[in-house]
Design a protein around this ligand. Structure first.
Ligand code: NAP
Length: 243
């Protein structure tokens, strides 16, 4: 049984899978979740082949019971939670006058509500880990889109701004219990999510998913006396409030 364990949502590709690879290298047992079980299992095959302990749970984080089932499965397998990565997210662009309610609700549920519910579900075990070694960690994947208003991505940006604010509140609530909370705020990362923009911003010019993974590795390495509430990732020369 691994000495430490982590749970990551949205882990079947992109940023979540890159963070999973780093946590596996650092010796964590992993529970990885996403909606599509086949994609999830094939995405994590290389981790299992390398001998890492990986539990997979297919779940839609917009559904409270499904989200809870990820935490139940994780506890049954590992019995502890040292790192929680609330990473699942979706972005659906629309002009303000043409927003469809179902896409508004979806983005609120996946990008914001699941972060709040996931944190609630994770806290009992995270508190035990924090009391044990003062290096428990919550990572919330926000976005640089949360740093300023984003035309045609107004809902996405608003959910991510809320995640940034919620992460600070979480850090201030539980930081004294040995649990750090860090929000990640990347600009364009080369994942499936950014396929829509790759004609104007080539994939080769984007941040690598592994860059985000390495930032999480740094969060694991800093001393318990150092909490890092937010990490902003920009492309070279880009302003933090760039679209
Ligand atoms: N790529 C960027 O440029 C960028 C920049 C800033 C922030 N982010 C944020 O980074 C996070 C990861 O994005 P990514 O770029 O890695 O995207 P991605 O490659 O599209 O991966 C998204 C992951 O989330 C899962 N997912 C989507 N909806 C879900 C739901 N309702 N319930 C459970 N899992 C769900 C997907 O699997 P299934 O589809 O099978 O569920 C997949 O594993 C998101 O929060 C995103 O907003 C991305």
């Amino acid at each position: 049984m691994p000495e430490r364990a982590a749970l990551i949502t949205g882990a079947s590709g992109g940023i979540g899978l890159a963070i999973a690879a780093v946590l596996a290298e650092e010796g964590y047992g992993l529970t990885l979740s996403a909606r599509r079980p086949e994609k999830l299992d094939s995405a994590v095959a290389h981790l299992r082949d390398a001998g890492h302990e990986v539990e997979t749970v297919a779940a839609n984080v917009a559904d409270e019971e499904e989200l809870k089932s990820v935490f139940t499965a994780h506890e049954a397998r590992f019995g502890r939670l040292d790192v929680l990565v609330n990473n699942a997210g979706v972005g659906i662009g629309a002009a303000a006058a043409e927003i469809e309610t179902r896409f508004l609700d979806m983005q609120l549920a996946v990008n914001l509500r699941s972060v709040i519910l996931g944190t609630r579900e994770g806290l009992p075990l995270l508190r035990k880990a924090g009391a044990e070694h003062r290096k428990a960690l919550i990572v919330n994947t926000a976005s640089i889109a949360g740093k300023t208003g984003q035309p045609w991505l107004s809902i996405y940006g608003a959910t991510k701004a809320a995640v940034l604010n919620y992460s600070v509140a979480t850090e201030r609530e539980v930081g004294g219990e040995g649990i750090a909370c860090t929000a990640l705020a990347p600009a364009f990362v080369d994942t499936d999510m950014t396929d829509f923009v790759k004609e104007s911003v080539p994939a080769e010019a984007m941040i690598r998913p592994s860059d985000i993974g390495e930032a999480v590795r740094m969060l694991l390495k800093v001393s318990p006396n150092c909490h890092i509430p937010e990490i902003v990732f920009t492309r070279p020369g880009e302003a933090v409030d760039a679209p």
